[in-house]
Design a protein around this ligand. Structure first.
Ligand SMILES: *Cc1c(COP(=O)(O)O)cnc(C)c1O
Length: 345
């Protein structure tokens, strides 16, 4: 569509942008293990509500000296997402927690704080707060800019980022600080609107997340908000002059997917749809917009097909996961049980 570009970040093994950061982190860690003199295995603990677990597990798959333990809430992860980390085997163990995502997160955090465990084991985190995950993401902003420049559109570029924990947009802001000549950013949100509200009135009020069809962005207290504040010296004016925001209901997101497909034939996933709509709403005359397409629509096949009048083809890579045998260790939400599991490693 004239003036609007999609930066498709879903061409990696698990079909979401998180592959970029997770794979980079896995290889950096492998490098430092090899040159270090501690010969113990590293244990990566990761709590997931879906996409993070699959990207991290696939990023570390088969890497020598590292074991990954993925904790996920029983019955709360889509079947496609679940098979992407429960069928891998080798150095990846899936742990099904009888609880919600917050329980998984709590178990992992408690393990990092437990002295006895840390004396025995090398434990590390792989959630998006880890700089080794978000720094490599700065590269694709430069890559997008260079592609546009080659195509003759290097001026007045607006980067629009569908946001949840705000790691992805923070990587863009750091790219900007490094010199990337884009004009401004849009943080596009679903109904979870704490950042949008902060932009409007300067008050940051975290709240419980609400469930939406763009579920990877259901975050009520984004963990990278502090980084954004820090980058701009806590200055609300500086932040609002560079970043604007939007917030959309599920109804608007699905209407956007249907409308875009009908007019252009381009199939958005629910997260990318939030970004596309934000550009349609906020792009000014003379500006060129790029929205980040953060996942392949087939990852949300049922949702997408119920809203857009078409069938979504499953990429072969997704099928391959779905044919595998699901293997998982059941776990209660009690830390003492998780600790016993870790102690016998
Ligand atoms: C994780 C995720 C997001 C949100 O990215 P943040 O870095 O947390 O803001 C958006 N879309 C998809 C598909 C995701 O998996």
């Amino acid at each position: 569509e004239p003036g609007i570009y999609s930066l498709e970040l879903f061409h990696g093994p698990t079909l979401a942008f998180k592959d970029v950061g997770a794979r980079f982190m896995a290889r950096v860690l492998q490098h430092f293990i090899k040159i270090g003199d501690d010969r113990r295995k590293v244990n990566v603990l990761v709590a997931t509500s879906g996409d993070t677990g699959s990207a991290v597990a696939n990023g570390f798959l088969g890497i020598d000296g590292i074991n990954v333990h993925v904790l996920y809430p029983k019955g709360k992860v889509s079947p496609v997402q679940e098979c992407q980390f429960t069928t891998l085997g080798r150095n990846i163990t899936a742990i099904e927690v009888d609880g919600v995502f917050d329980d998984c997160q709590r178990l992992v955090k408690s393990a990092f704080l437990d002295k006895e465990l840390n004396d025995r084991l090398l434990l590390t985190s792989a959630n998006s707060i880890n700089v080794a995950r978000f720094l490599p993401q700065a590269f694709y902003y430069f890559n997008a800019y260079s592609q546009l420049k080659k195509a003759g559109v290097g001026e007045s570029i607006v980067m629009c980022v569908p946001s949840g924990n705000f790691g992805n947009i923070t990587a863009g802001l750091i790219a900007h600080r490094m010199g990337l000549p884009v004009k401004r950013f849009i943080a596009a949100n679903n109904a979870n609107n704490v950042f949008f509200n902060y932009l409007q009135n300067g008050v940051y009020e975290p709240k419980a997340s609400v469930s939406t069809i763009a579920n990877a962005m259901d975050v009520g207290d984004p963990s990278n908000f502090a980084r954004i504040l820090d980058l701009y010296g806590n200055d609300h004016d500086r932040i609002t002059s560079l970043i604007s925001g939007t917030t959309y209901s599920d109804g608007l997101i699905s209407a956007t997917m249907a409308d875009c497909f009908d007019r252009t034939g381009y199939l958005l996933d629910p997260h990318g749809a939030v970004g596309y709509r934000a550009l349609k709403q906020l792009l000014l005359p003379g500006e060129v917009g790029v929205f980040l397409e953060t996942a392949h629509p087939a990852k949300f096949k049922d949702t997408v097909e119920s809203m857009v009048n078409t069938t979504v083809e499953m990429p072969a890579r997704l099928y391959a996961f779905m044919r595998g045998t699901r293997q998982t260790i059941p776990m209660t939400s009690e830390f003492s049980d998780f600790k016993s599991y870790l102690k016998q490693l």
